[in-house]
Design a protein around this ligand. Structure first.
Ligand SMILES: [Fe+2]
Length: 249
């Protein structure tokens, strides 16, 4: 994995990252199966410099149907664990919202939620969603007062044309990539977008201990080395914080 290669010059990696996309809450989706696993994942996030987490369990009724009480219970346990063990860390709740025709209604009735009490919705598409459908969902969210942050854009075969990507951005969508995007089959496209300032957020999308997502801190060092410190700070710190309406220090 190239993140583990030594940078040409040593990069000072700060603490204070924000992770806006993860499946750490226990027993609510295909993420952490139990409380101990959840606590280990929170420790991993802390150890690589993350100080703000927005938990984003899947909202996709075709695959996961956790009771709202279960999400609330798991979030309360995570919050307590963080306050007792990592007082300089904070957390919020959202969902990774799978787009369906009734998504806006489900956001309005509270079946699913934007990120941390904001209007930004972590937006997931089916892998076969066409570009026209993506644009339709983006417009629908925006026209109803929500701000789409499209999750892991490196995954969508139908979102690989630069003009299409920039069209979604010009409409008002923000774009998120996972740490592994820099090593994905789309790495050239991702590198170009990062160079041009087209990507808004890097997030972890961590599901479990075993699935070895590239470490946040190593990914920051890689981005700082290749694209500059300013780009790395924007992607890992300032833009995700601004989405949560938290001012950076
Ligand atoms: Fe996810």
């Amino acid at each position: 994995m190239f993140f583990s290669k030594k940078p040409k010059e040593p990069i000072e990696v700060p603490v204070g990252f924000t992770d806006l996309h993860c499946h750490i809450l226990a027993g609510v989706d295909d993420g952490a199966p139990d409380d101990d696993h959840m606590y280990d994942l929170i420790r991993l996030e802390y150890d690589c410099g993350i100080r703000h987490i927005c938990f984003t369990p899947h909202y996709n009724p075709a695959l996961f149907t956790p009771k709202p009480d279960k999400i609330a219970e798991s979030f309360a346990k995570a919050k307590l664990f963080i306050s007792e063990n990592f007082p300089d860390m904070d957390c919020a709740l959202g969902n990774e919202v799978f787009m369906r025709p009734d998504t806006v209604e489900r956001l309005r009735d509270g079946s699913c939620r934007p990120l941390g009490g904001t209007k930004t919705v972590l937006t997931e598409f089916h892998p076969t969603t066409t570009f026209d459908e993506m644009r339709m969902y983006v417009v629908k969210l925006l026209s109803n007062g929500y701000k789409p942050l499209i999750a892991h854009i490196e995954r969508y075969d139908n979102l690989s044309d630069l003009d299409d990507i920039y069209e979604l951005k010009s409409l008002g969508a923000k774009l998120q990539i996972n740490t592994e995007a820099f090593e994905s089959r789309r790495k050239k496209l991702i590198a170009r977008l990062v160079e041009e300032g087209g990507i808004d957020v890097v997030a972890d999308d961590r599901h479990n201990r075993e699935r070895g997502n590239p470490d946040f801190a190593s990914c920051y060092a890689y981005v700082a080395q290749k694209f500059g410190r300013r780009a790395a700070d924007a992607l890992f710190i300032t833009r995700p914080l601004s989405i949560l309406n938290i001012s950076s220090k």
